[in-house]
Ligand binder design. Structure first.
Ligand code: SF4
Length: 341
């Protein structure tokens, strides 16, 4: 008997969800920063096979209350609406407790659907889309070969909200390099202020050496930001975001300040204060925290106050400096970040 097919990726927030693979890979697969599905050829799974997986998952999970499910891989919204409706119906029939069915969705896949199609999908249970807008700057979208522009990002976000779907937008801090850092912060906030998504999920960029962006770093056209510069970019971004009912979250281990999360209407100032607390540290403590975070010694800013963790981070920092006194910490931290995705 064929094994149930599971794809390689899901959003961090879907760690407890049932995974149903409807496509393999990403049909675009051309973003210059992304290596997630590079080794995979895109294909749509035959519908009978996917529905059979749903039935078998239901048998395996008999007696368990399954309430959430994520449709894999990179952009299930690229599928025809009829196909998706059949999948959603099969999920609902086999999992009567299902409350959330979620999927990645490229902005241009959302805008290719009509408002009526999005509403039909929502009514059939698809109620949360994760969309990787990455940035609100047209220049950066072009630089990273995202394949759509900011108008499409804004239109898609508004369409998803109009269809009453929960919308998560993924943002990449540092994706414009030093050159376009301010533009990334300001223009991304401008787009999000219009969309007002339910979740703003920020990730620090980790550039893989073998990616096209890695080439840009080597040829000098893209300058990596230090961890501190990415935090400064985050501060400007957060300042520009309106106080709206969106939940802002640093949810991935790749981010330096994991405690910066909260509702923008009620907790924006608290989040900015946390960022300021980091930026106000003496230079050597900022570096220590950064290196300690990247080595998984520290997780939260308060860990700096724990003597045993502080000592361990200091020991590791000294070892790094004794081996290479001229170490480029921006490059070193980027190296660690890219290894975490
Ligand atoms: S970032 Fe998303 S759309 Fe771009 S290549 Fe990767 S999976 Fe595809």
């Amino acid at each position: 008997m064929r094994d149930i097919e599971i794809g390689p990726i899901r959003p961090p927030s879907e760690s407890n969800s049932l995974l149903i693979r409807v496509t393999r890979g990403c049909h675009w697969n051309k973003c210059y920063f992304c290596g997630l599905y590079k080794s995979m050829r895109f294909s749509m799974r035959p519908i009978d096979e996917t529905i059979e997986d749903i039935r078998r998952q239901a048998q395996l999970n008999r007696g368990k209350k399954i309430t959430s499910c994520f449709l894999q891989d990179g952009d299930a919204l690229v599928l025809k609406t009829d196909y998706l409706l059949r999948i959603l119906n099969a999920i609902n029939q086999n999992f009567p407790d299902m409350q959330y069915i979620t999927s990645y969705a490229r902005a241009d896949s959302i805008t290719r659907k009509s408002p009526a199609e999005l509403k039909a999908l929502r009514q059939a249970g698809l109620n949360h889309l994760y969309s990787g807008m990455e940035t609100g700057s047209d220049r950066i979208l072009k630089l990273i070969n995202k394949g759509f522009d900011v108008d499409t990002v804004v239109k898609s976000g508004c369409m998803a909200k109009e269809a009453d779907m929960i919308l998560s937008e993924f943002i990449l801090l540092g994706i414009g390099g030093k050159e376009l850092s301010e533009e990334n912060a300001v223009q991304t906030a401008m787009a999000l202020n219009i969309i007002q998504p339910d979740f703003i999920r920020v990730h620090a960029t980790g550039i893989k050496p073998e990616s096209k962006l890695g080439e840009f770093v080597r040829d000098g056209s893209f300058t990596l930001q230090s961890e501190e510069e990415i935090v400064v970019e985050q501060k400007l971004f957060l300042q520009q975001l309106h106080e709206m009912d969106s939940y802002y979250v640093n949810e991935h281990i790749i981010n330096l300040l994991l405690e910066v999360r909260g509702n923008l209407r009620t907790e924006k100032q608290e989040m900015l204060s946390t960022i300021d607390r980091f930026l106000a540290l003496p230079t050597n403590e900022k570096l220590l925290f950064t290196v300690g975070r990247r080595l998984n010694i520290f997780f939260l800013l308060d860990d700096l106050k724990k003597p045993e963790l502080h000592q361990e981070a200091e020991k590791n920092l000294q070892q790094i400096l004794s081996k290479n006194p001229d170490v480029d910490f921006a490059a070193l931290c980027n190296y660690v970040r890219q290894s975490q995705i």
